[in-house]
Design a protein around this ligand. Structure first.
Ligand code: T4K
Length: 388
């Protein structure tokens, strides 16, 4: 297969590997200054001074009120479901996501019910939700995939009609706004991820955003073993705390994130321009009313128009030292642990199947060289020209 690509590989092979992302990091000097404070105080975790400062500054930056920091988004989502006391039953979610979204249901003894997605945003399709609701349905768990907001209004209307909770997997929407307001204001709870591969990172990390102080307090106990005082445990909890090293990192990242978003925006525009006119390569556009964060750059590869399928393009780019990712392939509904569920039947999820088989996330991060973006676009173009 690669024989016909010899010329492309020879011309465009990059000397250094380029990965789908590269974490933004503060300057080492700045971080060392924070570490010196930790070395003086010996306060390493359990709501230390950096944790307190970061929690407040982060909530201010995001324009929301009630926020709890977490060690990562997965534990945060497990706690979110516990905090709403929805008990056992079914939760409607998307198969087009990272495994964590669905696994947190398993940890809560809840059964996932997979709903198909919208072709345009790759998010759960509100028009398909209602027919999946049964007397056992407890909640909806949508994901704002790649930072594109779900149809939050339609989802809330359905939830209200059927008295369901809404928990957003908001791992990708750091800083995203809808009509000038944070997207994190929607739903009962939203969970952010600050994993190293995210636009905004604290090495590992996450946060829950909820609607009121009562739930915020409940979450605070749940993430700290249920401890309310030296001699008081008010219920079963877990250890979901963010430590001081993560919080200190996060404080410095907050100063850099606006610049990171602007750099990614510029590169996104360059990609869109560079790939324009290639039949069978489809890029996502900005959505009306949305302030995007440019966390990912996904394309869809339609094989009959483009001339080869997504997997072949992935391999070709890899030969050029360009490591793209198939986020999210396979679908969660195809994992052995979930494929036996009635809602996992392939014919019920046609849009998710198509997107999952065609999607490819191209490298995107603030200090990605614009010449590299140019090379990536040229590889995609040159593969297309073989077909012409
Ligand atoms: N919900 C959704 C919708 C999510 O996308 C995620 C996480 C979660 C929930 C759970 O959040 P957390 O519990 O993690 O907070 C990565 C991340 O590990 C994962 O956090 C993320 N989603 C997912 C989309 O991407 P992998 O398996 O692709 O990671 P990995 O290690 O292959 O990294 C990708 C590339 O990034 C590497 O090829 C090189 C680069 N990289 C990675 C790391 C870790 C670096 O340059 N430096 C690094 O330190 O899952």
């Amino acid at each position: 297969m690669m024989e016909q690509y010899k010329n492309i590989i020879q011309t465009y092979h990059l000397p250094q590997p380029v990965y789908v992302t590269r974490p933004q990091m503060p300057s080492l000097e700045d971080y060392v200054r924070k570490l010196e404070v930790i070395w003086q105080t010996h306060w390493l975790t359990n709501s230390g001074p950096f944790h307190t400062e970061f929690e407040k500054k982060l909530a201010d930056y995001l324009g929301i009120k009630h926020l709890n920091l977490f060690v990562n988004a997965t534990i945060a989502l497990i706690v979110a479901l516990k905090s709403l006391e929805i008990g056992e039953g079914e939760v409607i979610t998307t198969p087009f996501t990272f495994p964590a979204t669905v696994h947190v249901l398993w940890w809560n003894r809840l059964t996932p019910v997979f709903c198909d997605i919208e072709e345009k945003t790759f998010n759960i399709d509100p028009e398909k939700i209602e027919s999946l609701i049964t007397p056992h349905t407890k909640a909806i768990l949508p994901v704002h995939v790649y930072g594109n907001p779900c149809d939050v209004v339609a989802i809330q209307e359905i939830a209200d009609r059927h008295s369901l909770k809404v928990i957003y997997d908001a791992a990708h929407v750091f800083g995203v706004k809808l009509n000038g307001e944070s997207i994190l204001r929607y739903g009962d709870i939203s969970a952010l991820s600050f994993h190293a591969t995210k636009l905004f990172n604290t090495i590992e990390g996450g946060a829950l955003i909820c609607r009121n102080n009562e739930i915020k307090e409940k979450i605070r106990f749940l993430k700290n073993f249920g401890i309310a005082g030296e001699e008081t445990v008010i219920g079963p909890g877990i250890n979901g705390k963010m430590n001081e090293f993560q919080a200190a990192f996060g404080l410095l990242e907050l100063e850099l994130v606006e610049r990171e978003i602007q750099d990614r925006k510029r590169l996104t525009e360059q990609y869109r321009q560079g790939l324009k006119g290639i039949a069978g390569i489809c890029c996502q556009e900005d959505l009306p009313g949305v302030t995007h964060n440019y966390g990912y750059f996904p394309i869809l590869v339609e094989p009959t128009l483009y001339g080869c399928d997504r997997n072949e393009l992935y391999q070709l780019l890899k030969k050029c030292n360009i490591y793209t990712r198939k986020y999210f392939y396979p679908l969660c509904s195809d994992y052995a642990c979930y494929s036996g569920l009635p809602s996992a039947r392939p014919e019920l999820l046609p849009a998710a199947r198509r997107v999952s088989s065609q999607v490819l996330c191209l490298p995107l991060y603030g200090d990605l060289d614009k010449d590299v973006v140019d090379v990536i676009c040229k590889v995609v173009w040159n593969r297309y020209k073989i077909k012409l």
